[in-house]
Design a protein around this ligand. Structure first.
Ligand code: NAP
Length: 339
């Protein structure tokens, strides 16, 4: 079980929920994000749950800051066993309504942030020939949707560069593992603080899962990092499989439904504050926590994820049932013959 873990985007949403589960295992956690209030609140939760926390205000778009943070974590806790890339930002708008600098910023945080985290982790893990990197991905990294071109591009890019890195590690027979966990729609603060040019309040495309479902998927991948990809939630499986089978049909479906399905019916200001360039909580500000505003519409469990995590138990259970049934059948036949 990894003891020293770095989590980027640790102050909110999926990162925050993941940090809580790690803390329950007594992990020593480097918490990376920008906002002080969220980081301090996450650190307090970790300590209360029995873990150790080192909150480090970091903008993942800046490689030097990420590298310095990795150094600080090792000085405090020792060698980093695992690195979990979660931090991201986005922009909800049609491609033609996005400015070049906004596009660049989303890419620098959401794509290059993962590249930087992976570099800082590998700089330390490769020479030691041990360690795990988990990339928190998205179904939208396999199937793009309207109004999120910058985000979808970055998420696709994460799959691409991670695949290259994985093959390079395999080529050198490294024991360092890297895996991607593709997520479904999750009820996190992003829909309240990501920059939006949509008329109504953004929402994740239903079905929506609670961040704890995502966090359990992250921890499972952390403990079983040999697989290339994990899929969390039936909607992720459905999206990726449909994209493989009928991508053109999905284009037409999303063109028709993808604008409405990403908005509630509540109007919102195009000028609402956003976390694109700077954190929204600030030193005297608000801790946004793990959950977004869709608690009443979000599933706390995913049967698909549970089954995927317990596939060994399910297979052996099915084998056991089969064996018992076969034994019963055999006995009935023998009984029949001996009568
Ligand atoms: N929620 C979903 O529906 C969903 C679906 C599929 C995949 N995912 C993936 O899950 C991950 C987390 O999403 P989420 O919804 O939990 O996000 P979120 O609620 O918006 O939280 C984002 C986290 O990243 C941090 N962050 C933002 N910009 C940063 C920067 N420049 N440098 C460092 N940290 C930064 C934020 O803190 P500060 O602002 O304080 O820095 C916060 O801790 C993302 O990789 C996303 O692609 C989410």
């Amino acid at each position: 079980m990894p003891k020293v873990v770095v989590v980027t985007g640790a102050s909110a949403g999926i990162g925050r929920a993941t940090v809580r589960l790690l803390a329950e295992r007594g992990a020593q956690i480097g918490l990376l994000a920008r906002g002080q209030a969220g980081l301090e609140a996450a650190a307090a939760e970790v300590r209360a749950a029995g873990g150790e926390a080192l909150p480090i205000p970091t903008d993942v778009a800046d490689f030097d800051s990420v590298e310095r943070a990795a150094q600080q974590v090792e000085e405090r806790f020792g060698p980093i066993d695992a690195w979990i890339n979660v931090a991201f930002t986005s922009l909800f708008a049609p491609f033609t309504a996005i400015e070049p600098d906004e596009y660049r910023r989303v890419t620098e945080v959401t794509y290059l942030g993962y590249v930087h985290g992976t570099m800082a982790a590998l700089n330390r893990m490769r020479p030691r020939d041990t360690g795990v990197i988990v990339q928190v991905g998205s179904a939208l990294g396999c199937r793009a949707i309207p109004l999120q071109s910058a985000y979808c591009g970055a998420k696709h890019a994460i799959n691409g560069f991670t695949e290259s890195v994985r093959t390079e590690l395999m080529h050198e027979h490294s024991n360092v593992r890297v895996t991607v966990v593709q997520m479904p729609a999750v009820n996190t603060p992003q829909f309240s603080w990501v920059r939006s040019r949509m008329k109504n309040h953004p929402q994740p495309v239903p079905p929506i899962y609670q961040p704890e479902v995502a966090a359990r998927g992250v921890l499972y991948a952390l403990d079983h990092p040999r697989r290339k990809h994990y899929w969390v939630g039936a909607s992720t499986v459905g999206t990726i499989v449909a994209q493989r089978l009928v991508p053109g049909l999905l284009d037409r479906y999303l063109a028709r439904t993808g604008f409405d399905s990403q908005q509630t019916d509540q109007p919102t200001s195009a000028e609402r504050p956003a976390n694109l360039w700077a954190p929204l909580d600030g030193p005297d500000g608000k801790d946004f926590g793990a959950h977004g505003v869709f608690d009443d519409r979000s599933h706390p469990h995913s049967a698909q994820s549970w089954a995927a995590r317990h596939v060994g138990t399910l297979v052996s259970g099915a084998a056991l049932v089969g064996a018992v049934a076969a034994a019963g059948l055999g006995r009935r036949r023998l009984d029949g013959k001996s009568r």
